[in-house]
Design a protein around this ligand. Structure first.
Ligand SMILES: O=C(O)CCC(=O)C(=O)O
Length: 354
């Protein structure tokens, strides 16, 4: 598997047509210095202040270029303590505002190539912890995947991934399989990733590399990508969000909060001005074509996980855990029974980079 640096498309920023053409060809764009560093810095400082307060960092490292994680801190998702800290980071208004930045929206509009762009409300803030032995690093490993089976809705949806602190070989990075979006929605295989699955591909060419705050990656909802392991001492901080043509279908779950312990009102309770804030429930003013979540992907995963569990395939473990946790009672109970009978395989040491 050859790793080469991202193809830098920054010089195409002056030409909407060139951006859209490059995105269509490669399935991604790497653009340097798009977001103003002051805005990114403000978000990073907030996230690190919360991380520091929660004891995630070694003392006095929060202000450094790469904040050093406290290796003894017990942090993993979905541990409730982790979730609480993450919630304090995520509910901060500038975290959301950053992904609505006018400069960013201009670039996305050019890349999408249509008039009005809708910004999905559910931005994703990631604090990828180091130390492969720490469950946090596993719980954030999505493996090779496409966003479409989860995001659904418009096939013209784009993801923007933006680092909040320097991304180096140590922190791990985002890795992209260029031109992989031409294959459409790919089948999945069982894997010991966060979700128990990954796209059934073995990319021969990977584009990846260092990024700085202000840089962005834009990729399509069918582009195969993954986060690479964080093998250094620091946190990898990033934020990602999804964008689509406003008139095209949007899956209902993209407007909801995934963590059902709190809703949008609880998010806005932390924001300074509620009344006329254009970011508060802004999607309710948009002419959206909201469509139901297509459950066929989930049903297929459940069915295949149960079948692999019945064959006692060790690789079915994570998919069965997810099924036992999230599926309907009868399916969850069956997954639990199969899990208990699954042979335990000692995990192999993880390679530093895929
Ligand atoms: O940041 C990461 O580690 C993975 C990000 C990702 O998979 C995504 O943005 O869809």
């Amino acid at each position: 598997m050859a790793h080469i640096p991202f193809l830098d498309s920054t010089r195409l920023l002056h030409s909407p047509t060139a951006l859209a053409t490059r995105l269509k060809r490669d399935g991604y764009l790497c653009l340097r210095g798009v977001l103003p560093s002051t805005d990114v810095d403000a978000v990073r400082r907030h996230v690190l202040a919360v991380a520091d307060d929660a004891g995630w960092l070694l003392p006095a490292t929060a202000a450094g270029a790469v904040p050093i994680a406290d290796p003894t801190a017990a942090v993993w998702d979905p541990d409730p303590a982790y979730r609480q800290v993450h919630r304090r980071m995520w509910t901060h208004r500038p975290v959301h505002a950053l992904m609505h930045h006018p400069t960013l929206l201009r670039v996305i509009t050019a890349a999408i190539g249509t008039g009005d762009v809708f910004v999905h409300p559910r931005k994703v803030l990631r604090a990828a912890h180091p130390n492969p032995a720490n469950p946090a690093s596993t719980s954030l490993d999505g493996g090779w995947h496409q966003d479409f089976p989860e995001v659904q809705g418009s096939p013209n949806t784009l993801t923007v991934w933006a680092p909040l602190a320097p991304v180096t070989p140590d922190t791990g990075a985002l890795a992209i399989a260029p031109a992989s979006h031409h294959e459409g929605t790919l089948p999945l295989r069982l894997a010991s990733t966060a979700v128990g699955w990954e796209a059934d591909v073995h990319p021969s060419l990977i584009h990846t590399g260092p990024m700085n705050p202000g840089d962005i990656l834009i990729f399509t909802t069918h582009t195969v990508h993954r986060g690479t392991p964080n093998t250094g001492p620091g946190l990898r901080l990033s934020i990602d969000a999804r964008y689509q043509p406003v008139q095209e279908p949007i899956n209902e779950t993209c407007l909801e909060l995934r963590d059902e312990t709190y809703g949008w009102d609880a998010v806005y309770a932390h924001w300074p001005t509620l009344g006329d804030d254009p970011l508060v429930r802004y999607w309710q003013q948009q002419p959206l074509n909201v469509v139901p979540y297509d459950q066929r992907y989930d049903r297929w995963r459940e069915h295949t996980a149960l079948a692999a569990g019945a064959r006692r395939e060790p690789l079915a473990r994570r998919a069965l855990e997810i099924t036992a946790q999230y599926s309907q009672a009868d399916v969850a109970a069956r997954a639990g029974t199969l899990l208990a009978a699954l042979p335990v395989v000692k995990p192999r040491a993880r390679a530093p980079h895929p």
